[in-house]
Design a protein. Structure first.
Length: 129
């Protein structure tokens, strides 16, 4: 089975680059250019077609990554609520930020720009956890 990763980022260039990188490693990808689109995709997909991991940008217009994460975690559908999430952001979190990530049940956060080998290693680890 091929794992599917949803990339949620308002930067089309970032989405395109990450999509190419992940697909070159054999992952399937789903793309959303904002939080509303991501939530709609998650809601409308059959359980078997939902992503194994959501890479979620923190800073997006209209709906922040944190708000998207909150809505996912509070979703009535347990299969949406329990999806694996990693933040994908330019922000480096301090202790308070890391505590917030734990409360939101976020597996990891990857700081942009990223090292490709480190990025792929962390993606593999999150998929397998």
């Amino acid at each position: 089975m091929t794992e599917t990763i949803m990339i949620v980022d308002d930067s089309k260039d970032t989405v395109d680059m990450v999509k190419r990188l992940l697909e070159s490693e054999g992952y399937k990808t789903i793309v959303a250019l904002d939080g509303k689109e991501a939530l709609k995709i998650l809601k409308n997909r059959k359980e078997s077609e939902r992503p194994d991991l959501v890479l979620l940008d923190m800073f997006m217009p209209e709906m922040s990554g944190r708000e998207v994460c909150d809505r996912i975690r509070n979703n009535q559908d347990i299969n949406v609520r329990n999806v694996k999430i990693a933040f994908f952001t330019v922000a480096a979190f301090q202790d308070y930020g890391r505590q917030m990530l734990q409360k939101l049940n976020v597996l990891d956060y990857i700081v942009k720009p990223f090292d490709v080998d480190d990025f792929l290693r962390r993606i593999r680890k999150m998929i397998l956890d």
